[in-house]
Design a protein. Structure first.
Length: 115
């Protein structure tokens, strides 16, 4: 279960692994010098500040909060691998379609808006 103390520790560990001091991170993020120590004492963090810290440390707020157990880099790599596997499966199934079905699928995909 999430605790502010665990989040503070995770932020400290991640900053240390990136050779970033907490003081420098807090200055760069325009946060008070005691922000992390207050979290370590149990003060609940502000979600906006958590997003700022997560972006600064190039990770996810979900990682800092303990919702996912891998940092952003590992999470993104796993996601890319899943997408690559999905692409292979789609291509395999597409190749098994008749010509007319391929045209239909192609036109369907082409009509979709990319966001």
């Amino acid at each position: 279960m999430y605790t502010a103390q665990e989040t503070a520790n995770k932020i400290k560990e991640l900053a240390k692994s990136k050779n970033i001091t907490i003081k420098k991170m807090l200055e760069d993020c325009h946060l008070g010098v005691n922000y992390i120590s207050q979290m370590a004492k149990g003060k609940q963090p502000n979600i906006t500040n958590m997003k700022i810290i997560a972006d600064y440390l190039e990770t996810d707020t979900d990682y800092l909060l303990g919702i996912i157990s891998v940092d952003n880099e590992n999470h993104e790599m796993k996601s890319r691998n899943k997408i690559d596997e999905m692409s292979k499966e789609l291509l395999k199934r597409f190749e098994e379609l008749s010509f007319d079905d391929k045209i239909e699928v192609f036109n369907y995909i082409k009509s979709k808006k990319v966001s």
